[in-house]
Ligand binder design. Structure first.
Ligand code: NAP
Length: 522
């Protein structure tokens, strides 16, 4: 029997009473550890976090809490090697892909430590200036932001067990709100280990950081009106969260990051042979292959003109053909595995679904696996699909609706920019779209056209070829989330992220009373 991972709830480590769900190495097929949450006293655990953890965090200033985030960064940095080993075994990712999750998470935490420092020794935030409420300036309204007196429950997806934890926990803890994280079962190990290292280092007050691994059963039932829940995962589970009585009847604040059919658009001026054209081809391949395409921000749809279709298909396919797929422990491998067999089955089914409306431009099945048994390993080569007729792309509705969560993207032809934008919008709202071209004015105007339906518009012109942060890379300074189908959520965006964990209130009072809100000891 493998180790049964402990849960940290109610201020102490405790194992579930059940036999546990095994976590499996997706390349070798062996069992790694087990997780279980059966029999945990969730009510007491949530109350402990809410009352003990919340009160202790709120007693600190933003600067003090920022110092704790910085201390957590040091603890995590010291154990990076362990995290990489866990990621290789449990997520089947090559080193570069594990880095996106592990170092990306630590970087995000560090960014919030610095941002928090800038907020100083305060216990709440002022929101804007005081506003006069009448002719006489003596009676005014000042908006304040105070930390909510509840817990933040995180229900996370399997693809980012490290980053997914810290990108949410950093702004919550900085805000003074205790965190209970429930990682996706398939990859819960890394989340559990990171929480364990930080808890064991005694950085945060008791109750500030808890982890429950295993089933989600009962977690949502514990939520009370001042708690918040932040969910990342599939649209189907998101619908369950939204309709849960905690949200529908107790009005718990909810943030949803769901799936998204993201786009990349090659503008008409970026003809084959231009720098912008090459940048698109390079980025598409990176997006398709990083973490085997298991990134919520990955490019799924690529829009090009009829004149560029053949050259784009060739350029992307040529790069994809060089991608070695297989065991991430082998140095020559560039792309590891999907997270488990269920995902492998789901990716294959999604591919079949899309193939009925598209041609195969590069077939993932042509990639022989390196150092991995095809009967056992959950590895799949990258596949580029395409449809070259404008009518075809208008009619190929599946590509706009289907997120194949793997190394799969589809090349689509547009007639003119207005047509391209209309096709992009058929994704019903996405996390990110990227634009490739060289004319700043056209790029700026097109970016604005996409801003209402995308949380982020990533614009690539030759002058930023070496500088840009990548279509799918979520930077803590920029907003993450998207409207519509993407879930309607907002995360990160620098200090904007703190808004979710604070309550806004308008204090109406005399100027003298309001002056007391701005004092240094607040
Ligand atoms: P999922 O199956 O929806 O699971 C997400 C989380 O919800 C897991 O922790 C899961 O726990 C939990 N869960 C399942 N049923 C639940 C229920 N009835 N009540 C409460 N929680 C429940 O998603 P996934 O397969 O892990 O992740 C892949 C999806 O996430 C993709 O569609 C991807 O696009 C999306 N994603 C979005 C973002 C973003 O930021 N927008 C980021 C990453 C991933 P168990 O694992 O124990 O079932």
């Amino acid at each position: 029997m493998t180790e049964l991972l402990s849960n940290f709830l109610g201020g102490h480590w405790q194992t579930g009473r059940g036999a546990g769900t095994p976590l499996i190495d997706p390349v070798l097929g062996n069992e790694l550890v087990r997780v279980d949450a059966t029999g945990l006293d969730l009510k007491a655990g949530f109350a402990f976090a809410r009352e003990q953890g919340g009160a202790a965090l709120r007693a600190l200033t933003y600067r003090e809490r920022a110092g704790m985030l910085a201390a957590a960064v040091k603890v995590l940095q010291a154990s990076r090697d362990t995290y990489y080993e866990i990621a290789t075994a449990n997520s089947g990712t090559v080193k570069n892909d594990s880095a996106v999750d592990i170092d990306g998470g630590i970087f995000t935490l560090g960014t919030y430590a610095k941002l928090g420092e800038s907020l100083g020794d305060r216990h709440f935030l002022l929101d804007g200036e005081a506003a006069r409420l009448g002719k006489d300036p003596l009676f005014q309204s000042q908006h304040v932001l105070v930390p909510t007196r509840g817990v933040a429950l995180f229900i996370n997806a399997f693809n980012f067990p490290g980053w997914g934890l810290w990108e949410k926990a950093a702004p919550a803890l900085l805000s003074g709100v205790p965190v209970i994280v429930k990682p996706a079962t398939a990859t819960a190990w890394l989340t559990q280990r990171m929480v364990k290292d930080v808890v064991d280092a005694g950085i945060f007050p008791p109750g500030a950081l808890s982890v429950v691994c295993g089933s989600s059963a009962g977690l949502m039932d514990e939520l009370q009106p001042f708690d918040v829940v932040s969910f990342t995962g599939s649209a189907e589970t998101a619908a369950l969260i939204r309709s849960h009585p905690a949200v529908a009847q107790r009005f718990v604040r909810v943030n949803i990051e769901a799936d998204s059919v993201n786009s990349a658009v090659l503008l008409p001026d970026a003809v084959p042979g231009s720098e912008a054209f090459d940048l698109l081809a390079k980025e598409v391949v990176r997006e398709m292959t990083v973490k085997s395409g298991q990134k919520c921000t990955a490019i799924r749809r690529i829009f090009v003109t009829e004149a560029s279709y053949g050259a784009a298909a060739q350029a992307i396919s040529a790069r994809l053909a060089k991608t070695t797929v297989g065991n991430p422990r082998n140095e020559s491998v560039r792309m590891g595995a999907l997270v488990n067999r269920a995902q492998l089955v789901s990716v294959r089914a999604g591919l079949d679904h899309l193939k009925q409306q598209a041609e195969t431009l590069h077939d993932g099945a042509t990639h022989a696996l390196v150092d991995a048994d095809p009967a056992l390993a959950c590895c799949v080569g990258p596949t580029l699909l395409g449809t070259r007729h404008p009518q075809g792309s208008d009619g190929a509705d599946r590509v706009h609706d289907t997120e194949v969560f793997g190394p799969v993207a589809t090349l689509l032809v547009y007639r003119d920019t207005a047509h391209a934008l209309a096709l992009v919008r058929r994704g019903q709202g996405s996390l990110v779209a990227s634009l490739y071209g060289s004319d700043p004015q056209t790029l700026a105007a097109t970016a604005l056209q996409l801003a209402d339906s995308h949380g982020r518009v990533h614009v690539i012109s030759p002058d930023v070829a070496q500088l840009h942060t990548g279509h799918g890379n979520v930077m803590p300074q920029s907003l993450h989330g998207g409207p519509g189908r993407a879930g309607g959520g907002e995360e990160l965006g620098g200090l904007r992220a703190l808004g979710f964990y604070h309550r806004r209130s308008a204090v109406q009072a005399s100027t003298a009373v309001l002056a007391g809100l701005s004092g240094p000891a607040q």
